[in-house]
Design a protein around this ligand. Structure first.
Ligand SMILES: Cc1ncc(COP(=O)(O)O)c(C=O)c1O
Length: 508
């Protein structure tokens, strides 16, 4: 009568006896299951609410709820007393609509999943800098890893860090040429994006986002209860300044997030466009996470001239410190004052501050790494161009976006998708129209009754990405809207490029 899952839950003690009895009652029809409200859970978690009577749940070790839904409005639940309340009743309304966070797999877990040692995985999917921080201190007799040496010198790790990160801000001031009172440091640029929104946006305020771009702006806006006005980039990924101006006039958004070089395509914003946007009545947040790879100078100093400009940067890319989480921003004095008031006092750990200062002391190392990555980007671009089913975009960053256009593998998958959709339309006579300048990624399928469906064949990209992952090469695949069927490859070391090319060639 009970399936293997129930039996194993019982034997592992996850299912308590009380709940077991309840299950038996359900199976025997004593309790009408239609009165149970099933909550949305991850695949391993099951929870039911029996109105007015029981509340129980069972879950295995380390499993967690990713989304819950209550069918009853909060006031009704409150009226019905404590029994009817579930945890989500306390969550802010706008957050209940937020899509569950999709966690990335930690490197070690990925290694187990792929059955490969971490050092045998070529991870070029998250724009990390594979060279990491300076490996050795040049003046050391016994080549101690640089970071270990810096962290080993921590005198007071048991004392809270400097809430003003003075040492690091002074070093950043020398590095950028901007006075330290304009600089604030955060737990990654990610923290600063959220902090800016928390200081600037009231619930219901609007921001302008220019997709395709870094998705954290949209995510943080949702967390902060703001609306996102999307002004998509043009087909060459440049900004559509006229449409931005229209949106600013019509929607009165508070701020706009601009990324240069842009993630995921690597294009830069030209200065004329930036000037035009700076003249609009809007706070401009210019994200320069990848500026080092562009050959352009950072606009950090511009914050002294423009009271509506914030410039964000990070140690994740330039210094290979993504795991230590250090980002920084340049702000007009009239804005930074409020960020100081709202930020968490100890947002940058002593380890992160020491690591970032140590990286800045090794300017030559940072410069060499940057040059190696730029050279490798150019080599990678040429090699990707030779792959028949990839169309790479020129990049000013440490990654290259590619459109997946055609190829043996892609064609096979594409035909499969067309057949499936045709069947779902009722079969019969079929006509197929190619969209987007004959791109095999977009097809319109129509049956004889005139029913039609657009198909964005994202599987083209997925197929290639999954095949690569099996070979231990991780690249980023897009399956949403503008970038359906595109992939992004981060620039790694020459040996990473060689391994990627070997795999790609075996797929073509
Ligand atoms: C455009 C952009 N900004 C900010 C970040 C996040 O930087 P951090 O690692 O400092 O949080 C990223 C990370 O990929 C990014 O692509």
């Amino acid at each position: 009568m009970f399936d293997v899952y129930t039996t194993s839950l019982l034997s592992s003690g996850c299912l308590q006896f009380r709940n077991f009895i309840l299950l038996i009652k359900i199976f025997m029809g004593v309790i009408d299951t239609s009165s149970l409200c099933s909550l949305k859970c991850n695949t391993n978690f099951h929870q039911f609410v029996v109105p007015d009577r029981f509340f129980f749940s069972f879950e295995g070790n380390k499993r967690r709820v990713i989304a819950m839904a209550s069918s009853m409005p909060l006031d009704q639940q409150v009226n019905q007393g404590q029994q009817g309340l579930t945890g989500d009743s306390f969550i802010r309304q706008h957050l209940r609509k937020l899509s569950p966070y999709q966690p990335i797999l930690p490197f070690e877990v990925l290694s187990i999943k792929l059955g490969r040692k971490p050092e045998d995985i070529i991870k070029i999917d998250a724009n990390e800098n594979p060279y990491g921080p300076p490996p050795e201190a040049s003046n050391m007799q016994h080549h101690t890893p640089f970071l270990i040496q810096a962290l080993g010198q921590l005198k007071f790790p048991y004392i809270y860090p400097d809430p003003e990160s003075r040492r690091l801000r002074d070093a950043l001031s020398k590095d950028s040429g901007l006075e330290s009172n304009h600089i604030l440091v955060g737990c990654g640029a990610d923290e600063l994006i959220d902090l800016i929104m928390r200081c600037v946006l009231d619930p219901g305020d609007k921001i302008v986002d220019c997709p395709p771009t870094f998705t954290m702006y949209e995510f943080d806006a949702a967390v902060n209860g703001a609306h996102v006005i999307k002004v998509p980039r043009k087909s060459d990924f440049s900004l559509n300044v006229e449409l931005i101006a229209d949106a600013v006039e019509r929607e009165k958004p508070k701020c706009i997030f601009l990324t240069s070089p842009n993630n995921p395509d690597g294009s830069i914003i030209n200065e004329q466009d930036l000037f035009k946007i700076l003249e609009m009545p809007i706070l401009v947040v210019l994200d320069e996470a990848y500026i080092e790879f562009s050959g352009l100078e950072s606009k950090m100093k511009w914050v002294k001239k423009h009271d509506n400009l914030i410039v964000l940067r990070t140690f994740s890319k330039r210094a290979g410190l993504a795991g230590l989480r250090v980002g920084y921003g340049a702000f007009p004095l009239s804005i930074i004052e409020y960020l100081w008031r709202a930020k968490q006092p100890y947002n940058v750990s002593v380890a992160a501050e020491v690591a970032a200062c140590a990286a800045l002391q090794n300017a030559t190392y940072l410069e060499n790494v940057k040059e190696m990555l730029i050279q490798e980007r150019e080599r990678l671009f040429k090699l990707l161009k030779e792959i028949p089913f990839l169309n790479p975009y020129p990049s000013y960053s440490n990654f290259i976006l590619c459109e997946v256009t055609s190829g043996k593998n892609a064609k096979k998958l594409k035909n499969l998708v067309i057949e499936k959709v045709h069947q779902s339309l009722g079969g019969g006579e079929k006509s197929v129209f190619w969209g987007r300048s004959n791109s095999p990624l977009h097809v319109v399928i129509r049956n004889k009754y005139g029913l039609q469906k657009d198909v964005w064949d994202s599987n083209v990209g997925t197929g290639a990405v999954e095949d690569l992952a099996k070979m231990g090469v991780m690249i980023r695949h897009y399956d949403k809207k503008e970038l359906k069927g595109y992939v992004r490859v981060s620039v790694g070391k020459p040996e990473h490029t060689n391994a990627l090319m070997k795999c790609l060639k075996s797929l073509s």
